[in-house]
Write a protein that binds this ligand. Structure first.
Ligand SMILES: Cc1ncc(COP(=O)(O)O)c(C=O)c1O
Length: 468
């Protein structure tokens, strides 16, 4: 098992970790955030960069004043930092800023040069909806199987590549699963995709905060053609994300959004589009978000991606060791502490006989522990992991469509960030021990439409904590 005893602490790098959570017994508990796969708190470095930059903030690109030129300098510097973070080169790639990974995959889906002959996108069954649904209107989407434990079935990948030989335009795959923490062999898949004449796009929303990303030069057969990432999962919650991809793709065609900031000259009947990346950044960009994102990437690189991975592996191994010993807790995906280095610190589980909605509610309301529950925007993957038969799937669907989520299958998920510590795991394990023994305090009532449980007679007035 990886050693958790001498783990370095990174808590001093983060904003807001001292915030306490009110709990049901009327006291306050240190808030334990184990929902980092959804969004992460900010680095102090990000907060400082944003504060510093706001003094200078102004319009970018066409402003002639000092602040405008400085803002343009900051925005373009941020772009270079993102490119460097993912191993991209300015000659071969462009970095297009946007809101998040979802926007990036949607943009790529609209801008990718499909042809009638090459019209197939291979995605995996483990994809987040953000890397599945955008492809459906623009291509024939073929889903690669996953094994019963949730790993990519690479033999099926090979078989589909062969079955659709000459037709596969793109492999769109996640770098790591937001459900099981499975890490995909993206460079090996890239090599196979390229050998079949296809390109590869990697959803790095989960991978980027935890592992180094290296797009590699286009003449390397293992290169990645496109990567997408979100800053709010990377300790920079200021609304930015990036699509980094092949320059030649974005040099072609019309942008998907039309407006200012992306044209050279417009007449009443003609448009001459700018070169990339401006061509794909319609309207005024989120300059503050881009600065925040770049500051976060600088900070995490200073920590070092290997140190990040080691820290999370130790926490993950420690957690698995304990959860494996908790009666009634069933972990999905790999539960082997020895394998913690080969996955992300994202662990989904269920407690026998207790709804995932209820477990999550009790953790939050009684122990001040933030987790996520449900299907994590990866419904096909969850249904597969549960081994639901088609008729059961139909039943689930019909209940949800009828506005009843009370029986919706799902899991509880914990996911680590760089600031989590063994004490957070201890708090979780202690809480789960009590829950497995049915030792909770509140009387919980389930809301039919959302499926969520709330303790009856208890309400947090959030206005006491924050107002605008
Ligand atoms: C693997 C994966 N892809 C894509 C997304 C979408 O990211 P965003 O909501 O930032 O667009 C997520 C978010 O959880 C994710 O986990």
């Amino acid at each position: 098992m990886a050693d958790h005893h001498n783990l370095k602490s990174y808590t001093h790098l983060f904003v807001g970790l001292e915030v306490q959570s009110p709990v049901l017994d009327g006291t306050c508990q240190p808030y334990v955030n184990l929902d980092n796969a959804a969004s992460t708190p900010a680095f102090k470095r990000v907060q400082e960069a944003v504060n510093d930059f706001l003094l200078f903030y102004s319009s970018v690109h066409r402003g002639t004043g000092f602040k405008s030129q400085l803002s343009t300098h900051a925005y373009e510097q941020a772009r270079r930092i993102v490119m460097q973070f993912v191993g991209a080169s300015p000659e071969q790639h462009v970095c297009i800023f946007g809101k998040n990974t979802t926007e990036a995959t949607n943009k790529l889906a609209r801008r990718f040069p499909f042809t009638p002959e090459r019209d197939v996108v291979l995605v995996s069954l483990m994809e987040h909806h953000s890397n599945d649904l955008p492809w459906r209107p623009v291509a024939k989407v073929v889903h690669i199987n996953v094994t019963p434990e949730g790993q990519l079935d690479e033999a099926d990948f090979d078989a589909r590549l062969k079955e659709y030989s000459g037709r596969v335009a793109l492999v769109a795959i996640t770098g790591a699963s937001n459900v099981t923490g499975v890490i995909n062999p993206i460079h090996r898949l890239a090599e196979k995709a390229h050998a079949a004449g296809a390109q590869i796009a990697v959803d790095c929303a989960q991978l980027a905060p935890h592992r180094a990303i290296d797009m590699r030069p286009l003449d390397d057969p293992t290169h990645l053609d496109y990567v997408a990432l979100s800053a709010h999962k990377l300790y920079a919650p200021f609304g930015a994300g990036a699509l980094v991809g092949r320059r030649d793709t974005f040099e072609r065609g019309d942008p998907d959004l039309r407006g200012g900031g992306e044209v050279e000259i417009v007449t009443v009947d003609q448009v001459h589009w700018s070169e990339p990346p401006e061509r794909d950044e319609a309207g005024s960009p989120n300059t503050v978000g881009a600065v925040a994102m770049a500051a976060a990437l600088r900070q995490i690189q200073e920590v070092g991606m290997q140190a990040v991975a080691d820290h999370e592996a130790a926490l993950t191994a420690y957690t698995l060791y304990h959860l494996n010993r908790l009666p009634g807790v069933r972990i999905f995906g790999s539960r082997d502490p020895q394998q913690a280095h080969n996955r992300l610190g994202v662990i989904p589980f269920e407690i026998e006989g207790i709804s995932h909605f209820l477990v999550a509610a009790i953790l939050g309301y009684e122990f001040g522990i933030g987790v996520r529950n449900g299907c994590f925007c990866a419904h096909p993957y969850l249904l597969h992991l549960f081994g639901l038969q088609p008729d059961q799937e139909v039943q689930v669907r019909s209940h949800i469509i009828a506005g009843d989520r009370t029986q919706m299958p799902g899991l509880v998920r914990i996911s680590f960030g760089l600031y989590n510590e063994p004490a957070d795991v201890d708090a979780l394990v202690e809480a789960l021990q009590k829950i497995t023994r049915r030792e909770w305090r509140g009387t919980y009532v389930q809301d039919k439409a959302s499926g969520e449980f709330h303790p009856s007679g208890y309400r947090i007035d959030f206005g006491d904590y924050f107002n605008i």
